[in-house]
Write a protein that binds this ligand. Sequence first.
Ligand SMILES: [Zn+2]
Length: 363
Amino acid sequence: MCYRLFASQTRSRTSVRVLQRFHSILNHLCRAAGSKGGRGADECLLDSYLMVTIDVEADSDKNWGTPEVLTFRNVLEAIPNRLQPLFAQYGVKPTYLISPEVLHSADCCAVLRNLACCELGTHLHVEDIPPEVITVGPTCPRRGMQWECRPEIEQRKLQNLTRLFTDTFGSSPRSFRAGRFGVGHHTGKFLMELGYRVDSSVTPNVCWKSHGGTPFPDFTDARELPYWVAADGDLFNSGDSLLLEVPLTIGAPGSPLGAKGKSPVWFRPWYTPKKDLQHIVRKVARSKPEAGMRRPLVMMFHSMEVVAGASPYPQTKAEVEEYLDVLKAVFDMTAELGIKCCTLSEYWQQCCGATVQSKALYL
Ligand SMILES: [Zn+2]
């Protein structure tokens, strides 16, 4: 019962009673710990955190095409020489979500294995791992989504990706993101079977289209705050499993996060100007807690984006510098406002730690 930490996102009377009971338990824990418990509607059981999540793949071209011979400047150079020093300067602990072709590169794995203060997880592009591998090349950009696979094929791809990661790094991955955010209704179940704790594939206020034109996954009405996934593993529903969905921070048009136009606003460099990213940080820092939690800031980008010409985004060295300056401006502001940073798995621990304690004490 206690796993419904964010139960305002569910509607049943039982959930409301569970939430009330949970709040009273956590209030007691807060008082016992000497903190300011019992602040009524404004009580905050879980503070805001900044999570920087980075998809790690082979270098691309400006049309998301992949060259015949893969290159990995973004892993071999950009991550250790540009991103990690920047993150260390600001105390940011990133989560790198790694695609199969990167795991097949011994040089890349040597670099990733030596990174400090970060989490490594997995990222699935269905073209890159058996069964049913599709050849990737200049004329075949990455277009598949895992929901389009038959369930047994999607399951085997996730199993193979997870085994590859575990064989490479000697530990199991805990966090996952789907390539092109293309999760389906079975994905969460497969992730739970493989021991994952966090999925971060949900992009609220956005509906994706498959290469064939099917409008799915449709996250238009998805929850914006993290939630425990339904017991059957359907990521589109909240429930009482131990798999946590951590949606990206994307403001709806007209929302307090500052989206004035008709398009959603991503908490993502290049997509969104620096001043609007800073606006999002300020809004989140000042937001009132909902169901005992303050919403987190979940940023995503690709490590290729800090290599000129290795993604559709910065094409020159000057644009890369500008991109890094935007990141610095965001981190300056989160530091100034006292927003802490953590990885996806650490966030999972924050979410369930208090819950487990309350179970031990009261049930
Ligand atoms: Zn990707």
